[in-house]
Design a protein around this ligand. Structure first.
Ligand SMILES: [Zn+2]
Length: 149
């Protein structure tokens, strides 16, 4: 069994900065919803997992998942750091288990849960205009889903 050592302080700090409850992908989703006239609450404490975006009128919760922290398998951004692999495997496995539990608990309480992956938001290749177009296309689909159309 390899010894599980936590990452170096520097690495931890970097990762902590990437994490958090007001990430760039989350802001993208919020502004897209807002643009389309949907109203929401943020980080609702009394719901399982303190979900990012809650639309009470539509009984819908939107979780914006960073590909690294939620270990988006098969995604280039979901790959593990080269060092301390065993530690990261254990850590990210716990994250995924917690994700699953939160989704289950929310659904059991009657919420529809939509999980949005960071990599669905149009970043990556292309010009700024192309990225904006991809994001807008995604936003329209998301809004349709929320409205149940
Ligand atoms: Zn991804």
């Amino acid at each position: 069994m390899p010894r599980l050592t936590p990452p170096t302080p520097t690495r931890s700090r970097i990762m902590a900065a990437i994490r958090g409850h007001d990430t760039a992908p989350e802001r993208l989703v919020r502004s897209a919803l807002h643009r389309h006239g949907l109203r929401f609450r943020l980080h609702v404490r009394d719901l399982p997992g303190r979900p990012d975006i809650v639309l009470p009128r539509h009984r819908t919760v939107i979780l914006v998942h960073g590909c690294f922290w939620h270990r988006h398998l098969g995604c280039p951004k979901g790959t593990l750091p080269a060092t301390n692999r065993a530690w990261w495997v254990a850590k990210l496995r716990r994250n995924r288990a917690r994700d699953r539990r939160n989704v289950r608990d929310l659904q059991a309480a009657g919420w529809r849960v939509i999980v949005v992956g960071e990599c669905e938001l149009g970043a990556g290749r292309g010009t700024a205009a192309q990225r904006a177009m991809r994001l807008e296309r995604f936003a329209r689909g998301l809004v349709r889903k929320v409205r149940g159309a």
